[in-house]
Unconditional design. Structure first.
Length: 251
């Protein structure tokens, strides 16, 4: 799918924060210039975007980025949003890449990723960033969906939410109810992307990532993000809004 084919709704709440970067790139790509030239001409990122074929056979994607300062990029929505993330959050993306490269250097490429590398991948692909009042966060962490989106619904006006993961952004181009993001809590409100980028890059520490402090959120349940969720019955769907798992009692 070409990124400039007119299917991206930049006015959607989850894409509007990316509009100032993404719309010019998509527009230039649509003229036939190609995605890579458009990205490299407009990018404000610490890396250069290159064709996927530039990734040497047998070299890990993350290691290549770390060593070459180049990001192999395919002409598709997934890699388009990845490039936008590099443009918007250069320090955070660089930090994630450094952590990935350090894990590869220490353990090599294994069939199963270690906890830090796995968490970096989850963050990179599917994270959403949330600053919210404590009561809202606690209800989310407990999967108290009726309370979160009912009694506490007005508190969402005090929250800030940004979809970071490029796989999640790709899915949201054609939204459907069950899209679920991995929420990472941001302690303080952010004024602009640069402030958030600096905070995130510092917050992404191996021990914290290994603990995987993510909380699932079916993102179309966010008030104001999807017209159907004005009906309380929207949340009465245990296949999407799943209850918190209860640990089995010790034997």
């Amino acid at each position: 799918m070409a990124v400039g084919d007119g299917l991206i709704d930049w006015a959607a709440p989850w894409l509007e924060p990316w509009r100032d970067l993404g719309e010019p790139v998509a527009g230039e790509e649509a003229t036939g210039a190609g995605l890579l030239p458009a990205l490299n001409r407009l990018a404000r990122a610490p890396v250069h975007f290159v064709a996927q074929s530039d990734l040497p056979k047998g070299t890990a994607y993350e290691q290549f980025i770390f060593e070459a300062g180049q990001v192999p990029t395919r002409e598709n929505l997934h890699d388009f949003f990845n490039a936008l993330c590099w443009m918007r959050f250069p320090r955070t993306k660089k930090r994630l890449n450094e952590l990935q490269a350090a894990e590869i250097a220490a353990a090599g490429i294994q069939a199963v990723r270690g906890p830090v590398r796995d968490a970096c991948t989850v963050f990179d692909e599917n994270a959403a960033l949330l600053h919210a009042p404590d009561r809202l966060w606690d209800a989310l962490a407990r999967r108290e969906w009726a309370r979160l989106f009912g009694e506490l619904r007005p508190l969402w006006r005090q929250a800030q939410l940004l979809v970071f993961g490029h796989a999640a952004l790709e899915k949201l181009v054609s939204p459907y109810k069950s899209i679920t993001v991995h929420v990472w809590r941001v302690d303080a409100p952010w004024v602009d992307p640069r402030t958030l980028d600096a905070w995130l890059a510092d917050d992404l520490k191996p021990a914290k990532l290994a603990a995987k402090p993510f909380v699932p959120l079916p993102v179309l349940g966010v008030p104001g993000w999807w017209p159907a969720n004005e009906d309380p019955g929207f949340y009465a769907d245990p296949q999407v809004f799943r209850p918190q798992r209860r640990e089995a009692p010790a034997q």
